[in-house]
Design a protein around this ligand. Structure first.
Ligand code: 4AD
Ligand code: MG
Length: 430
């Protein structure tokens, strides 16, 4: 029998096929039963007439519970009213397992219950749609960079030093030494950018975030392009082209899924370059003049970012932050030593920072001084200092948190639904 996925039925009309899946829902009225079967790619209704199947098969339908695994065999017919566009006239059913009473019914459940049952929750329609969109976002990141001649260079997860400050490091024993889980692959990408010109790393990153917010995970995925001979402006241009491409691809490929999760896409359609650019100093002024009190020198919190981003109808690039609140590796603005050539991209609709990056300090003596100021060990960073000794050039890059991007593009209130199995301060299971 021809095994077919529900989203690939168009060439099989009026033909007998087999669909392998799980029971989503069912109803029966004596002589006819309707089975809603999902197979991961979609949901189809199987119509079972008592006269079309053996008595044994028809009786067995009564045993089927939600999420029981089964194969339905029968003829595909067009049905414009249904979600898949087709239904099946079932001639046979193979039952693989009768599921125990399924904890997640089709009615509403509380978040903590759903999170405890995340391993089952991922099967639900909305979660399935979000995971598909996440997949497309990741693929779009790769496609954009690959099509623009970036080389993927993986960076290590066990690292001897910090990249983004020492306050949120995960420490682990490494054969009697201390190792830290990578907060970012950036420092290593700076090395490979000198070998290959344009590179990116893409992997899981870890931060022992003590703050419990709807934007923070302890384990998240980051894509980080790094470009030799690129300055801050080149970096901002790359970031906006990158994000615009991702949004465009999702709008094009995931229309159905965006509908399933009720995403109002009108604001996403507006995400085309150029994005507004504003300096941190001007941003602070704008915040204060719009009645939101904020002190120059402080780092933006979630609320500040939301207010700021609301002043624009596209993602906004905020550049030239106070050096004191940024990482050691950031190059200073030659016109004002207090400023770092960093840039953050803030997403609209209250999603805040989705990208952080900037131009890197490329002078040996300066970066050595910065390491000391940040109380980082010169010895641990010897290899990194070498990059400033052998063919140092201006270079820039950024990192985009995949889950932040998914939350924004999907319009999700909380980051926990953007990753299959979220890790937060209070959650290690399932
Ligand atoms: O701004 P961050 O800390 O920048 C870096 O790590 C740089 N080394 C990147 C680079 O220049 N190559 O983090 C970058 C992005 C943030 O903008 C945010 O999207 C995401 O990573 N991010 C988090 N996402 C979820 N949970 C957290 N705890 C996150 N911390 C950062
Ligand atoms: Mg940041």
């Amino acid at each position: 029998m021809n095994k077919v996925y529900i989203d690939k039925l168009s060439g099989h009309v009026n033909k007998e096929v087999q669909i392998n899946g799980w029971l989503y829902n069912s109803r029966s009225s004596g002589k006819i039963a309707f089975l809603m079967v999902r197979d991961g790619s979609g949901i189809i209704q199987g119509v079972v007439s008592k006269s079309d199947v053996s008595e044994e098969v028809f009786t067995s339908i009564g045993d089927l519970t939600q999420e029981s695994s089964l194969s339905i065999i029968g003829k595909i017919v067009e049905d414009s009213r249904s979600e898949s566009g087709y239904e099946m006239h079932v001639s046979d059913i193979i039952i693989h397992q009768i599921a125990d009473e399924y904890p997640i019914s089709l009615k509403e459940h509380g978040t903590s219950f759903l999170m405890d049952n995340r391993h089952l929750w991922v099967r639900s329609k909305k979660q399935n749609a979000i995971l598909r969109i996440r997949h497309t976002i990741i693929k779009a990141c790769r496609d954009f960079l690959d099509n623009n001649d970036f080389i993927l260079v993986d960076t290590p997860i066990f690292t001897p030093t910090s990249c983004e400050g020492t306050s949120n490091l995960f420490e682990t024993d490494y054969f009697g030494r201390v190792a830290y889980l990578a907060q970012s692959g950036q420092l290593y990408s700076e090395a490979t950018a000198v070998s290959l010109g344009r590179v990116y790393c893409f992997g899981p990153t870890f931060r022992a975030e003590k703050s419990k917010t709807r934007r923070h995970l302890t384990e998240f995925w980051m894509v980080e392009p790094e470009v030799a001979y690129a300055d801050l402006n080149d970096n901002m241009e790359l970031a906006e082209r990158f994000v615009a491409y991702i949004v465009e691809r999702v709008l094009e490929i995931r229309k159905e899924e965006l509908k399933i999760i009720d995403r109002d896409t009108s604001k996403l359609e507006n995400v085309v370059p150029p994005f507004p650019r504003i300096s941190y100093t001007d941003a602070v002024e704008k915040l204060n003049s719009s009645g939101h009190k904020f002190e120059w020198g402080d780092d933006f919190g979630g609320e500040d970012e939301t207010v700021l981003a609301e002043l624009f109808d596209k993602p906004v690039l905020v550049h030239r932050y106070p050096a004191a609140i940024k990482a050691f590796y950031m190059k200073r603005d030659e016109n004002d030593e207090k400023l770092a050539l960093g840039v953050d991209m803030l997403a609209p609709e209250g999603y805040g920072e989705i990208i952080g990056g900037g131009q890197r300090e490329d002078d040996y003596d300066t970066i050595l001084k910065r390491l000391k100021e940040h109380k980082l060990s010169e010895k641990d960073f010897k290899w990194y200092l070498d990059l400033r000794r052998y063919g140092s050039v201006p270079h820039s890059g950024f990192g985009m948190g995949i889950e932040r991007a998914v939350a924004w593009i999907c319009g999700l209130k909380h980051i926990r639904e953007t990753i299959p199995f979220p890790r937060t301060t209070h959650r290690l299971e399932p």
